[in-house]
Design a protein around this ligand. Structure first.
Ligand SMILES: NC(=O)C1=CN([C@@H]2O[C@H](COP(=O)(O)OP(=O)(O)OC[C@H]3O[C@@H](n4cnc5c(N)ncnc54)[C@H](O)[C@@H]3O)[C@@H](O)[C@H]2O)C=CC1
Ligand SMILES: O=C(O)C(=O)Cc1ccc(O)cc1
Length: 311
């Protein structure tokens, strides 16, 4: 009988993603021991109460000691500091990975600290919710979702295969690409959409008081979906925009050009242009549904509530 995929799995940062990795690894028996650490003492206490970790040491370095795989699950801007902290504790052959929503900057911050006897294999599960903290996680978060692995040049193929195995074990589909390409793709599919949500909800807040109240009261339409996204964690998203600056600015430039074209069509009553545009965008939604990534039902964006059930 073969043992679990990973002997000792360390997770640093026990928020939505870290706690979901720990829960999934435990429930699916992917690791002999699941060690979880967080710099916040209140989070560590909650992890002990929730019971999804075998050990909850105080420091990241203690968690990394003797670990086969270390998954860093902190905001992107903190990943360099965590790499520096755990580096002296890494055993030969240890695999250091992360889950950050930006990859180029994470590689830049982490790689200089990883000793030659360990392997850095960055990754990004494209799955999440607007909630954060250890209570928000759930074991099925990654099922049938993509995990993008972004190995750096010359990465150890066995280490990459091992990390991919861990994500497949948690139910994810794995795709590989360069960190730079990842950042460009995610800028348009995730980062700019979040910025648009933060912006439109902010615009509603800046309206006169009575109008803002009505926006909240009648927010059953498209606005409601934006408020969910705009409720996402401020620290995490601040870091996404600071660390994926160039790709986001590039995509935002294209976005504003296209918005101006739509604005012009409305101004000049160009119904054909609007109709043609909306017909093309409808086809994109249909192809996403055909690829099985979304339900055809009017779910107003996959709502995932705190207990992990889709509602
Ligand atoms: N929230 C989401 O939907 C998704 C987030 N991600 C990425 O996952 C990472 C974590 O995000 P969440 O789990 O949502 O955040 P979260 O806010 O729920 O949890 C982050 C945890 O990291 C801890 N932390 C911060 N700095 C630390 C340090 N130096 N040492 C140890 N612990 C530290 C915090 O105390 C907190 O408990 C981010 O890089 C984010 O870009 C990736 C996919 C989806
Ligand atoms: O809640 C949502 O709609 C998300 O988009 C979740 C999400 C947030 C950040 C990521 O890097 C990946 C997924």
């Amino acid at each position: 009988m073969s043992g679990p995929l990973v002997g000792r799995l360390a997770i640093i940062g026990a928020g939505l993603i870290g706690s979901s990795v720990a829960r999934a690894a435990k429930e699916k028996g992917l690791a002999g021991t699941v060690v979880v650490s967080d710099r916040d003492a209140a989070v560590r206490a909650r992890v002990l109460e929730l019971g999804f970790a075998d050990e909850v040491p105080e420091t990241g370095a203690q968690a990394a000691e003797g670990a086969d795989i270390i998954v860093v699950c902190v905001p992107v801007g903190a990943s360099g500091a965590v790499a520096a902290e755990i580096a002296p504790a890494l055993k030969p052959g240890a695999i250091v990975s992360d889950v950050g929503s930006v990859k180029g900057a994470v590689v830049e911050q982490m790689a200089p600290h990883i000793p030659a006897h360990a392997h850095l294999v960055p990754a990004h599960p494209v799955a999440g919710t607007e909630f954060s903290g250890p209570d928000a996680g759930f074991a099925t978060l990654f099922e049938n979702r993509w995990c993008i692995v972004t190995p750096t040049e010359g990465a150890d193929s066995e280490a990459v295969a091992k990390l991919e195995g861990l994500w497949r074990g948690m139910g994810a589909n794995v795709e590989t690409m360069s960190p730079q390409h990842h950042d460009l793709v995610l800028a348009i599919t995730s980062h700019v959409p979040h910025l648009i949500a933060y912006n439109i909800v902010g615009t509603a807040e800046h309206l006169e008081h009575t109008l803002t109240s009505e926006v909240i009261k009648f927010s059953a339409g498209g606005f409601r979906d934006f408020t969910r996204i705009a409720a996402s964690d401020p620290t995490m998203w601040r870091d996404v925009f600071l660390y994926n600056r160039e790709a986001v600015l590039e995509m935002l430039g294209r976005f504003t050009e296209d918005l101006s074209a739509l604005q012009r069509a409305i101004r000049y009553g160009d119904g054909d242009a609007l109709f043609e545009h909306f017909t093309r965008t409808r086809a994109i939604r249909r192809s996403i549904i055909e690829q099985g990534q979304e339900t055809a039902a009017p779910d107003f964006g996959r709502r995932v509530v705190k207990d992990g059930t889709a509602g």
